[in-house]
Design a binder for this molecule. Structure first.
Ligand code: KIV
Ligand code: ZN
Length: 506
């Protein structure tokens, strides 16, 4: 079987999803998890786009050693220099440079003619070679480019030393036949293609990104660019888990393998969803909440008799071990520490003690504790951003015949502030009371609640998206009490906003 390299761009194209913006620490944690998933290449960011992106690429390049670490750069010397500098400490590094080749982009966006674009492309590749021998080139909007010009550009960049050429369906315009034919024609017309790795990069605007990626692989591509949960610009990118599981499940038709450790797929999906604040739709293939759920009696009966009747892959193959009871009220520190280690958390003594305290509090409220619950506690410690505002106390009064009210006590730098407010419901009242304490003008854009595990005593997880002065952040809160989870999520978003702006509140 031929190997297809998996190039993950969750931290670059995925982070371009509306509302997804990650801190440097969060990006680093996702990169570490991508390493456990065994992706071949991680695209870590676009260093010229912001100091935060530069820093994230630099930290990942320094700390994540197994995969190739890549960074994006426009075909501009200043961008390429920034990418080269951010990647300096990487063990295996690659610069990914791009310029659009479709007439619509050249004319309206770049305002450049084809000859100018061609020379920018080759100069960019040549310049990038100073920083690393591995250089990837993407002709942006390749799928809407003139084929002869596209092939000319590809040939020229190969001659100047590009080691990977990526064919993006930037606006998700292709159908599978169309895209497969395009990749096939490039293989046919461009000489010396065997000297490089041919890559594909599909967007999901028409819902065909996975199908197009498979068609591209069948036509000759040996690197596939994708994101966890398919997040990305607009309708997103091709989803890593869908492509990988399609290759495995339909090995009879698709004689290709990847390096991916599929047992880490579910965990990676949950981590990306939590940290970006982008929920996974319940019916999402492979990682959606319902992907392995059987509702119809006939299906349940079939699965109980023989799982292959209605399951084309097993939940365990993606690392989903539902409802595994792991620890209880009487579990001690040692068992807790070992379990956290097994779940991949590297907590220092202080973090471990704080997580153990939350675990003990949880066992008072909830009879059974599952891995999913523990993951929350581990993440709460791992991604702790400075807690400028901490919820000490919340009390709400609500009902269908009274005006909902909330009282909150919030600690800030050792001082306690108390406020009360009325609202349309208890959450609205609580958020108004919090606003009175923080005096920040926030717009609540989204609020979602879901239970972490089954059962009436399950932990409730609230994710919120808020906007302040044009900046959007997400926040997350977890508690067995959903109002408390909502208040924590809102304060988490506020703390992230303060952290991100680097501003110390007075
Ligand atoms: O979609 C696209 O064209 C891109 C390129 C930068 C590869 O993301
Ligand atoms: Zn893209």
């Amino acid at each position: 079987m031929e190997k297809v390299m998996v190039f993950d761009t969750t931290l670059r194209d995925g982070e371009q999803s509306p509302g997804a913006s990650l801190t440097v620490e969060e990006k680093l944690e996702i990169a570490r998890q991508l390493e456990r998933l065994k992706v071949d290449v991680i695209e870590t960011g676009f260093p010229a786009s912001s100091p935060g992106d530069f820093e994230a690429v630099r930290r990942i390049a320094r700390e994540v050693k197994a995969p190739v670490i890549t960074a994006l750069a426009r075909a501009l010397p200043s961008d390429i220099e920034k990418a080269g500098e951010a990647l300096r400490e990487a063990k295996h590094k690659r610069i990914h440079t791009f310029i659009a080749t479709s007439s619509i982009h050249m004319e309206h966006k770049l305002r450049m003619g084809p000859r100018q674009v061609l020379s920018s492309a080759v100069e960019a590749v040549q310049f990038a070679k100073q920083f690393t021998p591995e250089v990837e080139f993407s002709p942006e909007d390749a799928s809407r480019s003139d084929l002869a010009f596209l092939c000319e550009v590809i040939q020229a960049v190969i001659e100047r030393g590009a080691t990977v050429v990526n064919i993006p369906d930037t606006v998700g315009y292709c159908t599978p036949d169309d895209f497969g034919t395009l990749v096939g024609k490039i293989c046919q017309h461009v000489p010396h293609l065997d000297r490089i790795t041919l890559s594909i990069h599909c967007h999901n605007d028409l819902g065909m990104a996975t199908a197009n990626s498979i068609a591209g692989i069948k036509a000759g591509a040996r690197q596939v660019e994708c994101t966890i949960n398919g997040i990305g610009e607009r309708a997103g990118n091709a989803s890593l888990e869908e492509i990988v599981m399609a290759l495995i499940t339909r090995r009879d038709l698709l004689p290709f393998c990847t390096n991916i450790n599929t047992g880490e797929i579910y965990r990676t999906s949950r981590l990306v969803s939590r940290l970006t604040g982008i929920p996974v739709q319940p019916n999402k293939a492979i990682v959606g909440e319902n992907a392995f759920r059987h509702e119809a009696g006939i299906h349940q009966d079939g699965v109980l008799k023989e799982s292959a009747t209605y399951e084309i892959m097993t939940p365990a193959s993606i690392g989903l071990k539902e409802g595994e009871l792991v620890l209880g009220k009487h579990s001690g520190r040692h068992a807790f520490k070992e379990r956290m280690k097994k779940l991949g958390f590297r907590l220092d003594a202080y973090q471990l003690e704080a997580a153990f305290k939350s675990f003990k509090e949880l066992t008072d409220k909830k009879r059974e504790v599952f891995d999913e619950d523990l993951i929350f506690m581990g993440e709460e410690q791992t991604f702790r951003i400075p807690q400028v505002y901490v919820l000490e106390y919340i009390h709400t009064v609500t009902g269908n015949q009274i005006l909902p009210t909330a009282t909150v006590r919030i600690k800030k730098k050792g001082k306690v502030f108390q406020e009360a407010a009325c609202g349309d419901g208890p959450i609205d009242a609580a958020y108004r009371a919090i606003d009175r304490v923080t005096r920040m003008k926030l717009n609540l854009l989204d609020y979602s609640l879901h239970s972490v595990t089954g059962g009436k005593d399950a932990l409730g997880e609230v994710m919120v998206k808020v906007e302040a002065k044009g900046k959007m952040v997400t926040g997350r809160g977890v508690s067995t009490d959903i109002i408390e989870a909502g208040a924590k999520a809102y304060l988490n978003a506020i703390n992230r906003l303060i952290y991100r702006e680097g501003k110390r509140s007075s």
